[in-house]
Write a new protein. Structure first.
Length: 44
């Protein structure tokens, strides 16, 4: 776990992939946008 934290701090884990687009078939969505779309379901 310490090695993982050190690698994150060093910037070695800043990899960008197309995994969401590939697996979900759509572009990624920000958390804020997702929460706005699903607000009713989350608060009822």
């Amino acid at each position: 776990m310490v090695a993982f934290d050190a690698n994150v701090r060093a910037g070695h884990m800043n990899v960008v992939t197309d995994a969401v687009t590939y697996f979900a078939g759509r572009e990624p969505q920000s958390l804020g946008d997702w929460l706005a779309v699903n607000r009713t379901a989350l608060t009822s």
